[in-house]
Design a binder for this molecule. Sequence first.
Ligand code: ZN
Ligand code: ZN
Length: 339
Amino acid sequence: MPRMRAVQVKHANGPFELVEREVPTPAAGQVLIKVQACGVCHSDAFTKLGAFPGINYPRVPGHEVVGVIDKVGERVTNWEPGQRVGVGWHGGHCGHCPSCRRGDFITCANGQIPGISYDGGYADYMIAPFEALAAIPDDLQAAEAAPLLCAGITTYNALRNSGIRAGDTVAVLGIGGLGHLGVQFAAKMGCRTVAIARGADKRPLALELGAHHYFDSTTQDVAAELNKLGGARVILSTVTSSQAMSAVLGGLAVDGKMIVVGAAPDPIEVSPLLLIGGRRAIQGWPSGTSADSEETLAFSALANIRPMIETMPLERAAEAYERMMSGAARFRMVITTGQ
Ligand SMILES: [Zn+2]
Ligand SMILES: [Zn+2]
């Protein structure tokens, strides 16, 4: 049997270990992907720390996977070996639960996540069900496409489903792995784009990414500054600080909403009067399906949107993960297999 390299987490809170395994065989409805690149996401911590209910070990993390189809199982009729594909957070759905019966697959009660429900992309090969596959446009390289399958789709899909129209004011809170993509998407969708981050040093980058305004939350009253622009129709929150989210809510326009895509453990504080008076809202957004991934990739290729990445070879996955977790990455770490 052919062998492959994989980086697995042996048990909850255990170290990453580089192991050799047999290359798996796709069952009916599955494909075998020869992995070229896999983005390192903050949610990989679910696998590393055992913070996701029901996770089985050892487990190979990774849900921003780009590669080439190597083999297809039975009943896979619309994909074939040699096609470039990606797999994101949405790694399959059950087809039976109430959400699936409504066609709302991303909220499937039994939804599968690569790297959590089954082995993900920190490996030379991985298996995925066909419904999780997105086609990769020719003009996107594997390493730059990878982060678009989680950080990209989450920000793009949240914005395009928010009801914003060209010319609306959209603020992106946080300029990191998600935020640096959110700013590009908002600007390329034709919105007056406001980037908000801590410190003055991110201003040049924010403007380069397409932001029309930059507010430094350490020296400026961001809510007041947003109100000077008429208020934000949407604030896309990519930070992991609920305190930072609470501080900008006062900058929402009438009918404005904050869309939360960055996970913070503590509660957001908001005045009910602020919500009631101007019909303001706070909403979460969970990435999207494989079709949404494909449209994220296509829009990124069309509008020349790219993630800023640092790459590391598969055998340095642990280092890539640590660099992402420490906040040192500018802005997305991507593991490459060299194949
Ligand atoms: Zn992710
Ligand atoms: Zn379902």
